[in-house]
Design a protein around this ligand. Structure first.
Ligand SMILES: Nc1ncnc2c1ncn2[C@@H]1O[C@H](COP(=O)(O)OP(=O)(O)OP(=O)(O)O)[C@@H](O)[C@H]1O
Ligand SMILES: [Mg+2]
Length: 433
């Protein structure tokens, strides 16, 4: 596999095992395996079927060699292997069919290499060294010096404010305009739309990670993430809505840790309830992008979330983004909102209904589908600030964006009260206690 990101190493897996049909091939293989520093006992007699059987009950090795000689339908059987093989395993196939088409199909199905029998020691040595190099390969961007990893969590202050729209767009912008390898982690495990926005199937990656956090390593993420483009990969789930989320959050923290090693930027789409359940998720996050709308309820929750962040994630720099902003149509004006949250809104993304529809129709992120829209321009500005967050000091993020003015302390309770008194008001708003 030619992953765009660096794998974190082989983790705790066995480095190698092989399933080979004939003794003479095994005789050539064993000495090479010893040379590589691996155990010759890992060279098993048997072909693809034995490999499938064995891997369905045991952990997968980092490098797996399988003999396809006795397989009537190698491509189909390889798919069966893929089902039991853990993500990240590098598979080297061997066989006796000299057919370029088969070779191409095997490579396309994720096989690392295909070796033709009869095997020679030098051919095996080359192939295994090459397979090993997958785990030690330098990052794609090592040439331009070490860039510091940036991690941002996108939190919506209310449902539907556009947090996921912003998250997917930012991830896309990082991967394209900023040419950073980017991981998008959609922690809306049941109802996430990250994959949908990128027109991808969510896969089982995140579900597997939650069920088996101990398996999370560089190899795992390499296989379990769904690639959206050369530099953007997503991990998400569409977990069945008849089962609750059974996790203590270890998997998420572990994923964040692996992403730090393997990517330049991590974008976490973090539903508000996850913030409450798993506060440690924000421990290492550089920038928390708080997406809000200009409503009373959102003002209350922006205040609460900013204050929560101050206590629980003091290292994370909050960036306040107002989304779906419509001139003259806000429940609260921008200035009043800023006064009530006692800080300025860093960026305002205009409401653009056509652009939203366009993105959905094209199966692209909002930013990709509407490159010249004002809303995308605002997202580009946000992306720039976040990319720069690792290099600059904390104040720069808080001060980022337009020069909004503070009107001094603004009493939210008063506003809520006056709103309730307003004759003909069509909304009933519960004041914050
Ligand atoms: N600036 C915008 N202009 C117009 N429509 C927008 C804008 N931002 C987001 N939307 C639309 O708002 C809807 C909700 O967006 P999104 O799913 O991103 O919200 P969310 O905050 O992640 O919601 P949830 O609480 O369900 O996670 C989508 O249909 C999206 O296209
Ligand atoms: Mg969402």
């Amino acid at each position: 596999m030619n992953a765009p990101w660096k794998t974190g190493g082989m983790g705790n897996r066995e480095p190698f095992s092989a399933f080979i049909c004939d003794e003479s091939s095994l005789d050539v293989l064993r000495p090479v395996v010893i040379e590589m520093g691996w155990q010759p006992e890992k060279c098993n007699k048997g072909g693809l079927r034995n490999a499938v059987q064995s891997l369905s009950i045991a952990a997968s090795p980092a490098i797996l060699m399988v003999d396809l000689s006795e397989s009537g339908d190698p491509l189909n059987d390889i798919n069966a292997l893929a089902e039991v093989c853990e993500p990240g395993t590098v598979v080297v196939a061997i066989g006796q069919v000299n057919d370029v088409r088969l070779y191409r199909d095997l490579i396309a199905s994720g096989i690392h290499d295909y070796l033709l029998k009869p095997l020679s020691a030098s051919q095996l040595r080359d192939a295994l060294t090459q397979a090993q190099s997958v785990f030690t390969a330098p990052r794609a961007n090592d040439g331009d010096g070490e860039k510091q990893h940036v991690s941002t969590a996108i939190v919506g202050t209310r449902g539907g404010v556009g947090a996921s729209t912003v998250a997917t767009s930012l991830a896309w912008l990082f991967s394209t305009e900023h040419e950073r390898s980017t991981a998008l982690l959609d922690l809306d495990v049941h109802f996430g739309t990250g994959a949908l926005a990128l027109d991808l199937e969510p896969g089982r990656g995140l579900t597997d990670a939650i069920e088996n956090p101990s398996r999370i390593d560089g190899l795992f993420i390499e296989r379990a993430m769904i690639r959206a483009n050369d530099r953007l990969a997503i991990m998400s789930a569409e977990a069945p809505i008849n089962s609750p989320l059974m996790t203590d959050g270890t998997a998420f923290v572990q994923l964040e840790e692996e992403f730090r090693q393997a990517f330049d930027i991590t974008v976490v789409d973090l539903p508000r309830n996850m913030l409450i359940n798993f506060p440690h998720l924000l421990a290492e996050v550089n920038v928390v992008t708080v997406v809000t709308e200009l409503t009373l309820a959102a003002a209350r929750d922006t205040i609460r979330i900013l204050s929560w962040l101050k206590t629980n994630a003091p290292a994370a720099q909050p960036l306040v983004v107002a989304n779906k902003v419509q001139a003259g149509a806000a429940e609260i004006s921008k200035a009043d909102f800023e006064a009530s949250i006692e800080r300025k809104i860093n960026f305002a993304i205009p409401y653009d209904q056509k652009a939203g529809i366009n993105a959905a129709k094209l199966g692209q992120t909002f930013a990709e589908a509407n490159r010249s829209s004002k809303a995308t321009q605002a997202m580009q500005d946000i992306a720039k600030v976040i990319v720069g967050a690792a290099e600059e000091d904390g104040a720069s993020v808080e001060e980022a964006g337009g020069s909004g003015s503070l009107l001094g302390k603004f009493d939210l309770k008063n506003l809520l009260g006056s709103k309730k008194e307003k004759a003909g008001s069509h909304e009933v708003v519960e004041p914050a206690e």
